[in-house]
Design a protein around this ligand. Sequence first.
Ligand code: DLL
Length: 442
Amino acid sequence: MSYQRVETASREELSAIQLNRLQETVERVYENVPFYKQKFDELNVKPEDIKSLDDIRKLPFTQKHHLRENYPFQLFAVPQEDIVRLHASSGTSGKPTVVGYTENDINHWAECIARAIVAAGGKKSDIFHNAYGYGLFTGGLGLHVGAEKLGCATVPISAGNTERQISIIEDFKPRGIGGTPSYVLNIAEKMEEMGKNPADTSLEYGIFGAEPWSETMRERLEEKLGIKAVDIYGLSEVMGPGVAIECHEAQHGLHVQEDHFFIEVIDPDTLEPVPEGEDGELVFTSLTKEALPIIRYRTGDLGAITREKCKCGRTTVRMSRVKGRIDDMLIIRGVNVFPSEIERYLLQIKEIVPHYQIHLTQNGTMDSVELHVEADEEYYNACNKDTNHPRIKELAKKVQHSMKSNCLVTMNVKVLEPKSIPRSQGKAVRIVDRRNEEAALN
Ligand code: DLL
């Protein structure tokens, strides 16, 4: 079935494809990966017990620590000579997680990305400016293979060297751009600093992901750059970018590439499925992967799914934006707060720019939160470039009030001068958590 056909297949057709591929995957891991054989045996489940898609619930979950414990290659299901690519995600603690791909895996990945670019409004004749980082991170090479597969002239610029990015954009005139939303915003700001209008470039669409971002951030990116901005989701353990993609027609939920991945949403405490439309932890099972098939991978990402019809015509399940991570969720004086929620409300305040950091410290047994935001250049100038100016203090109060009424948390707000929050080329650092360091000192 051609991939355009798969994306609009009936539920019966898709389920039949999924069941067939799930059964193959389960057999593959049972026979080739001792870790899975042991887990299946412990649960007393055999590959032939998977007779329907619902039977997936008989299978064990896989988590990030399982990849670490089997570092680097022990979860691979094929001999090493069949591996053609290795990537790794930087672990903040301990060993990184290593992922491998066969030639077929790379082809499927490329297909998923090619579909993603089409969903974003891209086409074969485009020049595609790929500002995701190249290297062990899956963003750069992932987007790259897919853009080439679609037939785009792909510019492997990677992240960084922002001034050169700008001159390449001006000279090559790409229609599409990919990068983390925070970095592409950084490029746009640099253009402004250089006296250029970012909306004047040839860019028409952007494919943004690898970090949480909000609807308001979308508006900012679209407005500044004069583009359509769509959300792309993925994670290295499951494949990399392209597991799900928003369509430019609706920009409302990300279509899961269901012929390659089976999605579940579970309650992270009970591990039971949550009803459609309700938030829970996203769990993925790969359906076609050869090198590193993965069963019921608990992503730690929070979101919901819908099977409602999408106006683009695709029939695949859509997932919401990632609403946060289980482990990023801040519990501040008993209130659950997601950085993405903070961002959503923060960006509605026009006098500040979309860069922020949440600093957490511990004051005795209490968490204390300081929110760092930056004043917009124009506003800052109007305050005589003085962070003690009464209007800056007024702005801090406004931010504080918004956080209190929308996120139900009282935060100390520090309005800093423009460009003082560190910019990143990859995933932005939004949370600086010093709670444990200070607890250790106490
Ligand atoms: O970030 C893959 C990727 C590259 C996705 C480029 C999109 C674009 P990892 O480095 O393994 O892989 O990080 C995966 O990043 O579990 C999410 O928490 C987060 N993430 C990825 N995409 C999004 C998104 C790549 N669109 C982790 N929105 C995931 C929110 C995202 N979070």
